[in-house]
Design a protein around this ligand. Structure first.
Ligand code: NDP
Length: 477
């Protein structure tokens, strides 16, 4: 098997290989990928630093062309890359192809953004002086990504970083090097100069840590767990560097008595269980008013009975495997915690045996949960959802907001009054009305509040807030 190597200073390098294992079938080795060392990370940072002066002054048409070419190749190879994604991460093939198309759209969007970066010119408050406000690249950007969106999250960080003239050191999650390697290979062949984009696959505690400790990394954009996010923050403050964190969620989905039952059930099933519940925007708290509670639970349980858990690549699979043994243990531990806390297991809870050896878990629904239980407060990151019964809209809103997180909040209602009030008062970065809490656009801001996020929003034109730094220049006329 050929080893996929790291890209440092325009060269493919690496010796020690790790196996990328398919969670739908642990006998299937997706590929062998180089494991970078801390020294490799240092070499990558040095290469990105050396490449910065030229790239930061490169023509915007050159950047546009490279990003557009990348978008076109990803789109042309969507089935192949989607299959790779489904094999290494475990989301179903349609979900994986959808994510791949999204990555292509993101590169295309930021190709356009290279041509749209604007400043401001205005008069000074003092006579005969002009003021210009411009945006400049930040420098070497460290990109650290999680395993759950192996192509879309790297795309929405790498594309704006390069579009605005930064150089990059990219460390993907060790579980999913395949898509990371593929997009770096595409960008490299699309014509990026040496050192502008460097790939260091390997352990967070080694490669990621080396990035956190380097004074030459001017900015770090991180998506992952709250614990690692706090390390990124502490190290970045130490080095006086810019940082951006997207972390966990415990997203509520409120169902009111006046909801359209079909809309509510479809949105709840999608939010809670699709992509195996492994989305930061997944809804794991269903907050349901008492008038619709029993009908809703019955209908959702019926829906869950029809969902097929199986190999991510098999036609007809609705829910693929959990990503690995560690995450599966976390999910089953939380199911046990929920039982012990007194929540009622209304559906699922057990492992599923399939033809292949894989990490298959039934979609699991608890009812009679309270918002104080650990299963309602801590992120599980699996197909495990709790229903919390409440009296009315006011209690539903208070319960939805009673969480340390604040990424995405949803509501199912036919009341304009309640939808409007919820949009205004949900303590979350994103609010969904009659839609799943997960599923966002790439041309508008993405991010949360409270313990979910820190720093400027990602995606859309708001991305320039993080990937550029503002300069104010005064000129005597
Ligand atoms: P982790 O925080 O464990 O990992 C995220 C990335 O950080 C990985 O690349 C990891 O490397 C790296 N890392 C680990 N330790 C360090 C370190 N000491 N220094 C620098 N980097 C390090 O999260 P997961 O990958 O397990 O992802 C799941 C979590 O991410 C969930 O909690 C989920 O909610 C959150 N998430 C949030 C999103 C959001 O937008 N809010 C989106 C997606 C996920 P490696 O794993 O390779 O060792």
């Amino acid at each position: 098997m050929t080893m996929h190597k790291n890209l440092i200073a325009g060269e493919w390098v690496g010796s020690e290989a790790i196996k990328n294992i398919n969670p739908s079938n642990t006998n299937d080795v997706v590929g062998e990928y180089a494991r970078a060392s801390a020294d490799d990370a240092k070499a990558a940072i040095a290469a990105a630093k050396a490449a910065f002066p030229a790239w930061s002054r490169s023509g915007i048409l050159e950047r546009h062309a490279i990003l557009k070419k990348t978008a076109d190749e990803i789109l042309a190879r969507k089935d192949e890359l989607g299959t790779l994604l489904a094999r290494e991460e475990g989301k179903t093939l349609p979900e994986a192809i959808g994510e791949t198309i999204r990555a292509a759209q993101i590169f295309e969007f930021f190709a356009g953004e290279t041509l749209r970066l604007a400043g401001e010119v205005l008069p000074s408050v003092r006579p005969n002086i002009g003021v210009e406000i411009t945006r400049e690249p930040v420098g070497v950007v460290g990109i650290i990504t999680p395993w759950n969106f192996p192509i879309a999250i790297p795309a929405w960080k790498i594309a704006p970083a390069l579009a605005f003239g930064n150089t990059v050191v990219f460390k993907p999650a060790e579980l999913v090097p395949g898509c990371a390697w593929a997009i770096v290979d595409i960008l490299h062949r699309a014509g990026l100069p040496k050192g502008v984009l460097n790939l260091v696959m390997g352990k967070g505690s080694v490669v990621g840590q080396a990035m956190l400790e380097s004074p030459d990394v001017a900015a770090i954009t991180f998506t992952g767990s709250t614990g690692t996010g706090k390390r990124v923050a502490a190290a970045s403050i130490e080095h006086n560097r810019k940082f951006q964190l997207e972390m966990g969620g415990k997203n509520p989905f409120v169902v009111l008595d006046d909801a359209d039952l079909t809309v509510a059930v479809e949105a709840a099933a999608n939010s809670g269980f699709f992509s195996t519940g492994q989305r930061c925007t997944a809804s794991s708290r269903l907050i349901v008013t008492e008038g619709i509670h029993d009908k809703f639970v019955t209908a959702l349980t019926e829906k869950l009975k029809g969902l097929v858990v199986d190999d991510a690549l098999k036609a007809g699979t609705h829910i693929g495997p959990v990503v690995d043994a560690g995450q599966l243990k976390q999910d089953t531990d939380y199911i046990e915690i929920g039982r012990k806390e007194g929540a009622k297991l209304a559906f699922g809870g057990d492992l599923v045996k399939r033809d292949n050896p894989g990490f298959f878990l039934q979609p699991t629904l608890f009812t009679e949960a309270t918002n104080a239980m650990r299963i309602s407060r801590e992120e599980i990151f699996g197909p495990v959802v709790s229903v919390i019964r409440v009296k009315d809209y006011e209690e539903a809103l208070a319960t939805a907001n009673d969480t340390p997180f604040g990424l995405s909040s949803g509501i199912a209602t036919t009341s304009l009054k309640h939808a409007t009030h919820f949009k205004r008062n949900a303590e979350a970065g994103m609010v969904m009305v009659n839609l799943p809490t997960a599923g966002v656009d790439f041309h508008v801001p993405f991010g949360g509040r409270k313990g979910s996020s820190y720093g400027p929003r990602e995606q859309g034109k708001y991305a320039n807030e993080f990937y550029t730094t503002v300069k104010t220049a005064y000129t005597l006329a």
